[in-house]
Design a protein around this ligand. Structure first.
Ligand code: UDP
Length: 369
């Protein structure tokens, strides 16, 4: 009988465990936190009754039918469309940038064709192949919209000039020449009715899966009895940071509570650089099927990740990529390890990417048979 060790009980680890558990094997899942679910962990607040996404809101959205069907084995997905607003210089605008945003911002009443032509004219035509976040924005949106909605917000969130960031970060957001204000362009979107923690509980509730929480993986951990180790923690931590630390942004939250409704929407972004937080989440709006008298909101702040902080967003700056390559070379020399997920591969991944890749890893290895 095979023995597997899985380091990390976030989506990567949980999917691998769930898939492997169908075979004749024994699985140990360890996590350094006191709970399963990684950054997707949710819990219901005693005081307000509101379901809280402890590490920031997670809205499930994907184009991948396999992933969408897979996740629904473990939860009831409620229909949810993320509609984000942005505050900038005393006005509220619609996001992602759409015809409403354009008309409101420029004081116009353009139709879709006019709006498209108008923005194309504002775009910087000298940029052929955008090399970074800023060039991507200037090429497709022009200077005014970029400065209003992206420059300040991005500097606050990432702590660096947008010229240092890859264009791919901006490509996450659509630009539309109609009034569709769905933040995501994905085919499928929803929020699990009972939160994310319940999903992880269902995935990991198997006779051949043992879970050990508050258990850090380090050099002293005896791995000799395992046929295969799936590692989903930070790749630099695995090697004791011997080539240096990879840079991440982390976020932290300031909680507030009032009666009724605080901001009338789940998410409002703050584009002004003078406002110290990036966005405010009011969690009860993520569960419109529930009723709560009180409401709780969180102001989200970003900062550089230090030793004691939770790493969130991999920055992938030039220096990081040099360090990453050294670690990746060393991973190739390990024979019974698989590194997967956001932290172990140091990539900006959404939940659906993580799940899709984890399913692929097990399928490719043929380990689920
Ligand atoms: N962004 C921005 N202004 C906004 C929203 C997003 O400049 O109002 C930029 C920012 O750099 C962010 C990126 O677009 O990192 C991707 O945004 P998304 O909402 O996908 O980020 P996430 O929800 O993953 O933090």
């Amino acid at each position: 009988m095979k023995k597997y060790l899985i380091v990390g009980a976030g989506f990567s680890g949980a999917v691998v465990a769930e898939q492997l558990s169908k075979t004749d094997c024994e699985i140990l899942v360890i996590d350094e936190r006191a709970h399963i679910g990684g950054n997707c962990y949710t819990e219901r607040e005693k005081d307000t009754g509101v379901m809280i996404h402890k590490y920031g809101p997670h809205i499930f959205n994907t184009d991948n039918k396999e992933v969408w069907e897979y996740i629904q084995q473990f939860c009831e997905m409620m229909p949810y469309t993320n509609r984000v607003k942005a505050e900038y210089k005393g006005n509220i605008y619609s996001l992602p940038v759409n015809l409403h945003t354009i008309n409101q911002f420029f004081g116009k009443t353009l139709n879709p064709k006019e709006g498209k032509e108008f923005i194309e004219n504002l775009g910087d035509k000298s940029i052929v192949e955008p090399k970074n976040f800023e060039e991507q924005a200037l090429k497709f949106l022009g200077n005014d919209l970029y400065n209003a909605f992206f420059y300040g917000y991005t500097k606050k969130q990432w702590g660096c000039e947008p010229t240092e960031l890859p264009a791919s970060i901006l490509k996450r957001l659509p630009v539309r020449f109609n009034y569709n204000d769905n933040y995501y362009a994905s085919t499928y979107q929803g929020i699990p009715k009972d939160g994310y923690t319940a999903i992880f509980e269902k995935m990991l509730d198997r006779p051949n899966i043992e879970i050990q929480l508050n258990t850090k993986f380090n050099k002293d951990f005896d791995t000799s009895e395992y046929d295969q180790i799936y590692y989903t923690g930070p790749i630099d931590a695995f090697f004791d940071y011997k080539y240096g630390r990879l840079s991440y942004r982390t976020v932290f939250f300031e909680r507030g509570e009032v009666e009724g409704d605080y901001q009338g929407n789940a998410v409002i972004n703050y584009a002004d650089p003078e406002v110290p937080f990036t966005r405010v989440h009011e969690h009860k709006h993520f569960t419109p099927w529930e009723q709560h008298e009180k409401t709780v909101y969180f102001k989200e702040y970003s900062k550089e990740t230090e030793e004691q902080d939770v790493p969130y967003y991999p920055k992938r700056l030039k220096d990081d990529m040099v360090i990453l390559e050294q670690y990746q070379e060393e991973v190739k020399t390990l024979n019974n390890y698989v590194f997967l997920g956001r932290l172990a591969t140091y990539r900006y991944m959404d939940m659906h990417h993580v799940i899709g890749e984890a399913l692929g890893v097990i399928r490719d290895a043929g380990d689920n048979k």
